[in-house]
Write a protein that binds this ligand. Structure first.
Ligand code: HPA
Length: 236
């Protein structure tokens, strides 16, 4: 047990999928895993462990924002031995050619600040995805025929942003979408020499104001879970 995770040692798999929303972790575990078992519910942050095509997988919520994800990623890696962490979440599109429901795989994530900023100090560190996972995720996404974009994203540290110029700068520099967790996942994973990736569904569009209807969110989320599992276990 850690401060934020109630699982016993050995109850978390080496591969962990991390949706922001704990109820999405529950849905994904019950839908895609066999023998799924609840292993954490501290503070309502649900984590499950089960099997996918014979491979052990955990699906554990990260909460919203870089700070919340940082707590769970640190404990999953340092205390439970997680070796592959894949964020599955939603993002807002920042480019005209990116559509609602498309999938974005993040090569790298730009930030203003993260919980790791104190370590990097004056450095503008470029947190990046694990190449083997990214390549396998692209293969899995192409096999599913989803609209796919691979590139840089923006991990914002505030949702209610009083600086709209930042979004404009991101769009001008080719950033595909905005979310609030991936950069710190990559920072923490790189620090501890484990693999990380963020696979994101576009749920809203910052340029057009479009949003994914709530009844379609589950389907898009399901695609992402399958892409993430395919990336983690390419030979399964
Ligand atoms: N901003 C930040 N995070 C998000 C957004 C957004 O517009 N959409 C989905 N996650």
């Amino acid at each position: 047990m850690t401060i934020h995770i109630g699982a016993e040692p050995g109850e978390i798999a080496e591969t962990v999928l991390m949706p922001g929303d704990p109820l999405r972790a529950k849905w994904a575990a019950e839908t895609f895993l066999s023998e799924a078992r609840l292993v954490n519910d501290v503070r309502g942050m649900l984590g499950y462990t089960g099997l996918w095509r014979g491979h052990r997988v955990s699906i554990h919520g990260s909460g919203m924002g870089l700070a919340s994800l940082s707590i769970y990623a640190n404990e999953l890696i340092r205390d439970y031995g997680a070796k592959t962490l894949i964020r599955i979440g939603s993002c807002g599109a920042m480019q005209a050619h990116v559509g609602i429901r498309d999938v974005i795989i993040a090569m790298t994530a730009t930030t203003l600040s993260t919980p790791s900023s104190g370590i990097f100090r004056e450095l503008n560190f470029a947190p990046h995805a694990d190449w083997s996972l990214l390549r396998a995720a692209v293969t899995a996404a192409e096999a599913r025929g989803v609209g796919l974009h691979v590139g840089g994203i923006y991990s914002a540290d505030v949702f209610y942003d009083e600086r709209p110029d930042l979004n404009e700068i991101m769009t001008r520099h080719g950033i595909l979408g905005v979310e609030m967790e991936a950069a710190e996942l990559y920072n923490v994973a790189l620090r501890h020499k484990v693999r990380a990736l963020a696979v994101l569904t576009v749920s809203d569009h910052l340029l057009t104001g479009e949003a994914l209807p709530s009844d379609q969110r589950q389907t898009s989320f399901g695609d992402m879970v399958e892409i993430a599992l395919g990336a983690a276990f390419p030979d399964a």
